[in-house]
Every structure is written in C-alpha cells, then in structure tokens.
Design a protein around this ligand. Structure first.
Ligand SMILES: [Zn+2]
Length: 393
C-alpha cells in the first residue's frame, strides 16, 4: 500500500500542476486577446480617420508582438515543466513496483502461436461482452478478425439489455425475463421473480395513498411465492397500514431503501448467469485476480531459489514450485489426490472406484495388478481390475 501511496503522491502533484497551468494559461491568453483587441480597435480607428500610422502606435504594435512572443514562450516552457512531473510518476512506478515478472512465467506463454493468440483475444472479447462494453468488443472482433457467432453473443446482449434497464430502475424487461424462465429459476432456488415483484410493489407504495388500490391488486403476484416468502409478504402487507401517514416516517421505511436496487442487479446477474451457463465473473477477470494474489508469492519464491542457487528446482513446465492459496472464491472443482501415489488425479490418470468402494488413481491400480488380479490396498478384497469404474467429480 505504501508503494501505491507514493505513486499517488506524484500523480497528485501532476494533477495540481496541470490545474494551475490550465488556469494560468487561460488567464494569460485572455489578457493577450484583450490587449490585441484594443490595439486592433485603435488601428481601425486610425484607418478610418485616414491618418498615417503614428510613431506611438507603431511602438505599441511592436511591443504587442514582443508580448505575444514572450507569453507563448512562457507557456511552452511551463508546459515542458509538466512533462518532467509526468516522467517522475513513471519513475515512481518503476521504483516502487517490480516490473520484472517474466522470470516467474514460462517463456512459452509469450511465444504466442496463432491459436494461443486467438484464445487470448476470445477471453478479452468475452470479458468485454460480460462488462457490457459491447461496442468495444465488436471493434476488437473486427480488428483481430475474430469470428464470434451470434449464439455466443446473444446471452450477453440480453443480459446487458435487462441490466441497463434495471440500472434505470425499469423493472419491465427483467420481470418479463423472470416470468418466462420461472420454472428453471425455481429449480435453481432463485428468488429473483419474487424480489422483482416486491420491488414493483414497493414502488407503488412509494406513490402514496392514491396508489393503494393498485398496490393491493398487484399483491396477487405474490401468491405463487406465499409459502417460500411468507414473512416478507407479511411485512409488505403490514406496511399498507402506514400508507396514509407516509412510509418514510413509518417503521417500514427500510422498504424504500435504495440498496434494494443494487441488490436486484446483483441477484439478476447471479441467477441469470447461472441459468444461462455463464460465469458471473469472466474467466479473464478471475485469471487476473488470481494472478494478483499469486505473483507476489511466486516472486518471493523465485528470489529464494536464486539466493540458494538451486535454479533447477523450478523448471517452469506446467506446474508451480509451491501450492498457492487463492482463497475460497477460486475453488471451482473438487480435486482427488490418489492415496497411494499421493498425486492429484488428472484426465490421463483419473480416479477409479473399485468394487469395494475404495478409490485410487488408475496409475496406482495398474501398479497394483498382480497376476491379472487386484487386491484393494485398504480392505484386502481381491477383484478383477477391469471392474473398476472411472469416477468424475
Ligand atoms: Zn477396498
């Protein structure tokens, strides 16, 4: 954090200088314009009277030219001064942050073949779509001649259209979507539709007593959710009592809280993504966040390896020299480590369930076969190795 603060200090200096320069620049130019304007009027006046240019006026004119030149020169040199402050920011970044990260990444990563480059571009495009930056994504597709078919784009376009409406506090498109996906949302245990109806109801309540009838009529939408959200529905019905008094002065004022809108955007994104089979965060942002956690640890390890002069320890193949804890957020799949070989199972060496129920990796199973028979290393049940079944977590 200290590093960030010291870079920020330099950035603040530049911004401050820039602001003062801008004001000073405008003021000097304004003065100059005024001065030139006056002179022009005087010259025009002299021309009108048909008198030749007086010595005083020509002196003033040459003074004016000098003044213009001086001002421009001064402004240019002040501008140059800002350049040096900007470059100080760059130096502060170099000084405070480690820029040399190539050492902890396999060189092969940067040898981008066409296929890798396409994968990277695709990841960026997906991220842009996910962030709702549709035009930027389109532009990148065009410039990189990446062919993204409509089926891929469609869910993102729909999500963004609905989210944009929600940000404008327009519930219509989201409600329409939730109603048409009701069954699948219920299977996901989602309360999205209920929350949308609730928000609509609250909005009617905010309209005061004249909206009471409309609100009561709307309450029939809660009927399918009566069992699951009984308590919340009771609260909303209770609030009707205070409608005449004004909800904002009642014990139900929390219903009008603006945080419900932020919450509904979050619920919609989460549930819609899971229904459409999309991840809430793009693979690119997950990779980036993981990298931010992992890089400092890797840099430290690299320094230690170099210090102890055992560079052969980490050959940069496909594995890291140590396990790096990325936190629960980054746990996506269950992993199975073979209890016999103490190795994580993989596609080429998958976990196999024996008929006795014990699970070992296929490599371990192959090693344990003796005379066409296999004896489970846990419960010494003898069995046919071919009876083992691959299991998938
Ligand atoms: Zn067994």
């Amino acid at each position: 954090m200290e590093q960030c603060a010291s870079v920020e200090r330099e950035v603040d200096k530049v911004l401050q200088k820039f602001l003062t320069y801008g004001q000073h620049c405008e003021q000097s130019l304004e003065e100059l314009l005024h001065y030139v304007g006056q002179l022009r009027a005087e010259l025009a006046n002299a021309a009108l009277q048909g008198t030749p240019l007086s010595a005083t006026l020509s002196l003033v004119m040459s003074q004016c030219c000098r003044k213009i030149k001086d001002t421009v020169q001064k402004l240019a040199s002040d501008h140059k001064d800002i350049h040096s402050s900007v470059s100080r920011v760059g130096k502060a970044i170099d000084r405070n942050f480690d820029s040399e990260i190539c050492g902890v990444v396999s060189d092969a990563v940067w040898d981008s073949g066409e296929k890798q480059q396409q994968i990277l571009q695709m990841a960026i495009v997906e991220h842009l779509y996910q962030q709702g930056m549709l035009s930027v994504a389109e532009e990148l597709c065009q410039e990189s001649t990446l062919n993204v078919d409509l089926d891929f784009k469609q869910p993102f376009l729909e999500l963004n259209r609905i989210l944009e409406a929600l940000h404008e506090q327009d519930l219509g498109p989201a409600l329409e979507w939730a109603v048409s996906h009701r069954q699948r949302l219920l299977e996901l245990n989602s309360s999205l539709e209920f929350k949308l109806h609730r928000l609509h109801f609250i909005r009617l309540l905010a309209g005061g007593p004249e909206k009471q009838l409309e609100a009561l009529n709307y309450a029939r939408h809660f009927q399918p959710f009566a069992r699951l959200h009984q308590r919340e529905i009771q609260v909303m019905m209770g609030s009707l009592v205070y409608l005449r008094l004004g909800l904002e002065k009642s014990p139900y004022c929390h219903l009008l809280d603006n945080s419900h809108w932020a919450e509904i955007c979050e619920t919609f994104t989460r549930d819609a993504c899971s229904l459409l089979g999309l991840s809430v965060e793009s693979p690119l942002s997950v990779s980036f966040a993981s990298g931010c956690v992992a890089l400092p640890v890797l840099m430290n390890i690299k320094a230690v390896i170099e210090q102890r002069q055992c560079t052969g320890v980490w050959s940069h193949k496909d594995e890291l020299p140590i396990e790096i804890e990325l936190g629960m957020k980054c746990w996506y799949h269950s992993v199975f480590a073979c209890p016999i070989l103490r190795q994580q199972t993989s596609d080429s060496n998958p976990p196999i369930k024996l008929i006795c129920g014990h699970v070992i990796s296929r490599d371990a199973l192959n090693k344990l076969i003796n005379g066409g028979k296999l004896k489970c290393p846990y419960c010494p049940m003898e069995q046919n190795p071919a009876d083992g079944k691959r299991i998938i977590f």
